[in-house]
Ligand binder design. Structure first.
Ligand code: CP
Length: 345
């Protein structure tokens, strides 16, 4: 099976219509390098799945199929969302979580994936701590691999659900042309696979994306991804259509302490103090009031309330955080149906 790689540069919005890309039997390891047509095909299927789920009318195109989830990092949303999506589309789900697998006895991720595949599953959904792990597994097995987040690399279904949420809110979900929309991503971007996938999809579809944070979290090298980089949030708020807040990923910084105490961690971390971080980068109600009318607030979760995002804003009228979660099921149902549905390869 061929893994998806940056072979196809994004086509221009004015390009003549192309045949719909085929996803059958492919992997979804990342959004970086996907063509605009490929992104639009995934998003269009996701939008349609969202409408069908809303009407309780999703076609069970995965009936008789078995999907395995292999999660070697904690997850609340992604794992349960894939499970709900697969089941809504008619598939059975086998769940292998890191804590109960033989990886704990020294088995490699590749051997684990090969064994799961040998049982006859139709697709494997992988979350791993190591950047690039999903690609390595994809090269080792024949069935489709879907990356559910690998280290700091990518989280493609999260990038798709974030893009779908923004596009739907601003009435762009017929063409997915996002030109003219300003998206600001705030916080620990250097550690964020969510940001990498989001930047890939949003910029490819025409949005202007600015990553903002202290230079340790938003280094200028991020501009290679096609986004702008800034270190001050306040000047960006009045023109932003969407502000995506990110959690500080203490677990990915070299900050582990025996106690797991956050204030202890932060001393060794990429920021000097949480209080100082909040002063410049937290989205408080006061800051959110500077946003334009109709602008929205996103967060992929898990939220550290009172650090990057205040409860008033997370639960307030600008927040589309629960819509992101709802859209996640539609995206994953669509992705699974495109990759695994239809005749077996
Ligand atoms: N957004 C996201 O990946 O959440 P989980 O870590 O809970 O899956």
């Amino acid at each position: 099976m061929t893994a998806i790689h940056p072979a196809n540069p994004a086509s221009k919005p004015s390009s003549p219509p192309q045949p719909a890309p085929s996803w059958h039997g492919r992997d979804l390891v990342g959004l970086q390098g996907l063509s605009r047509a490929e992104l639009v095909s995934l998003l269009t299927a996701s939008r349609d799945a969202a409408h069908k789920i809303e009407q309780n009318a999703l076609d069970p195109v995965l009936r008789g199929r078995v999907v395995a989830t292999m999660f070697f990092e904690d997850s609340t949303r992604t794992r349960s969302s894939f499970t709900v999506a697969a089941q809504r589309a008619g598939a059975s789900v086998v769940d292998l979580s890191g804590g109960s697998s033989s990886v704990n006895k020294g088995e490699t991720l590749i051997d684990t994936a090969r064994n799961i595949e040998a049982m006859g599953v139709d697709a494997i959904i992988v979350r791993a701590r190591q950047s690039g792990a999903a690609q390595i597994v994809a090269q080792a097995v024949a069935c489709p691999i879907i990356n559910a987040g690998d280290g700091r690399h990518e989280h493609p279904t999260q990038g798709l659900l974030d893009t779908l949420t923004i596009a739907s809110r601003f009435g762009r979900d017929s063409t997915f042309d996002l030109s003219g929309l300003n998206v600001v991503i705030v916080g620990d971007i250097a550690s964020s696979r969510v940001a990498r996938s989001g930047i890939a999809a949003l910029t490819s579809l025409g949005a202007h994306v600015t990553c903002v944070g202290p230079s340790s979290m938003a280094p200028s090298s991020l501009s290679a991804l096609g986004c702008a980089v800034a270190h001050e949030l306040d000047p960006l708020l009045p023109t932003a259509h969407a502000v995506m807040m990110l959690r500080i990923q203490f677990e990915r910084a070299d900050t582990d302490t025996p106690t797991g105490n956050k204030s202890e961690q932060v001393k060794k971390s990429v920021i000097a103090s949480i209080r100082e971080y909040r002063r410049f980068y937290a989205l408080s109600a006061e800051r959110a009031a500077k946003m334009r009318q109709g602008a929205i607030v996103l967060h992929p979760g898990p939220i550290n309330r009172g650090i990057e995002l205040d409860a008033d804003v997370a639960d307030g009228p600008r927040s589309v955080i629960m819509q992101q979660v709802t859209n996640g099921v539609a995206v994953r149902a669509a992705v699974l149906s495109l990759l695994v549905g239809g005749p077996r390869p």
